[in-house]
Write a protein that binds this ligand. Structure first.
Ligand SMILES: *[C@@H]1O[C@H](CO)[C@@H](O)[C@H](O)[C@H]1NC(C)=O
Ligand SMILES: *[C@@H]1O[C@H](CO)[C@@H](O)[C@H](O)[C@H]1NC(C)=O
Ligand SMILES: *[C@@H]1O[C@H](CO)[C@@H](O)[C@H](O)[C@H]1NC(C)=O
Length: 325
């Protein structure tokens, strides 16, 4: 009797066998600049103190370049700016390609470091609202001198989740629903493990992987010594990985396939603005930058201290996408 019911239970819990992942994108130094468009405008998105430059200026000034077979994307670290200008020159790239689901694997040689006022992000989203719908997943993001990555999920679908694994940011809930006129606390966010942002990432880590499926979303951070061997094969199998994910969520009130889809990759580095600016001095946050720089004015610090941003750059070995064949 016991035996039979266990068998039934096992059968009903078993994940249906899924087709193997197949390579779809391999974005690397050989053609990286064919795969992204550069936004050429001030950062009106987050009210940052940033002037995003177009591809011609990015390449001629060296903010974007191929360096020893790696793709380097950085910010101006030579010039000072007036605080009434649109801000320090930087980059915002958006992929031409988009995907609905799959395994996205970012292999970093370097992530942006140190500068008080910086706000770098590597993330995926639907683009400026697709007919009223919105979805976003932040893969690598934080501000200033923080040393742990954060992952936020936003969708315009009504969507609550079950957290299988992950450290929910205290002011957030398991409701990932986002509305353009909603409170700033909306969406669900998770703190990753210590060491996954800023210089500690560069010292130890290398790969961040995002898996988006209709029944689960997972994110992993791999140290240089932990990168699964099958990630360099054509058919990686996350179910066989021994490293636990940082975040593993499953749907409660929504269909992930509807709630999280049509993702473009965005890579941007902004300064100050809503998050980095508040965090710089606001006592609700740690306010370490105020202590470190002796000012609570993010803009004037960023405007006047170019060499603080020498290491505020991403360097990619590759960005790969696998989908089930
Ligand atoms: C770069 O990507 C192309 C396919 O997009 C692939 O053929 C090539 O092997 C990759 N280069 C490296 C160094 O992995
Ligand atoms: C990237 O660019 C290469 C070369 O132009 C192209 O073959 C490939 O399809 C592009 N991939 C994406 C995802 O845009
Ligand atoms: C990048 O741009 C998007 C808008 O497209 C914005 O929502 C996001 O906060 C920006 N992030 C950074 C780090 O600049």
């Amino acid at each position: 009797m016991m035996y039979t019911s266990n068998l039934i239970l096992l059968a009903s819990l078993a994940i249906p066998s899924l087709a193997a992942y197949q390579p779809v994108w391999d974005i690397n130094a050989s053609h990286f600049f064919d795969n992204f468009t550069f936004v050429n405008s001030p950062d009106t998105f987050t009210n940052g103190f940033t002037q995003y430059v177009g591809i011609d200026e990015a390449l001629s000034s060296g903010l974007a370049k191929i360096n020893n077979g790696k793709v380097r994307l950085g910010v101006d670290s030579k010039n000072t700016y007036s605080t009434t200008s649109s801000g320090r020159k930087s980059l915002r790239l958006q992929s031409y390609g988009w995907f609905d689901n799959g395994l996205l694997v970012a292999d970093f040689n370097h992530v942006p470091v140190a500068g008080c006022g910086m706000w770098p992000a590597f993330w995926v989203y639907q683009g400026e609202q697709q007919q009223g719908s919105y979805a976003e997943i932040d893969i690598l993001e934080n501000v200033n001198v923080h040393t742990a990555n954060t992952h936020s999920f936003y969708t315009s679908e009504k969507c609550t989740i079950n957290v299988q694994k992950g450290n929910l940011v205290p002011e957030k809930t398991t409701d990932c629903t986002w509305k353009s006129d909603g409170p700033s606390s909306q969406g669900c966010s998770f703190n990753a493990e210590e060491g996954t942002f800023n210089q500690p990432f560069n010292d130890q880590y290398r790969v961040v992987a995002l898996q988006v499926e209709s029944e689960r979303i997972r994110i992993w951070h791999f140290k240089k010594t932990e990168v699964p061997a099958d990630l360099s094969s054509a058919n990686p199998n996350p179910d066989a990985w021994t490293k636990a994910p940082t975040v593993h969520i499953t749907p409660k009130s929504c269909d992930f396939h509807k709630a999280f889809n049509h993702f473009y990759i965005i890579i941007n580095i902004t300064f100050c603005g809503s998050w980095a600016g508040d965090d710089f001095s606001n006592t609700n946050y740690a306010g370490q930058c105020k202590a470190k720089t002796g000012t609570s004015d993010c803009k004037s610090w960023v405007a006047g201290h170019p060499t603080d941003f020498t290491n505020t750059y991403f360097e990619f070995n590759s960005i790969k996408l696998f989908q089930r064949g």
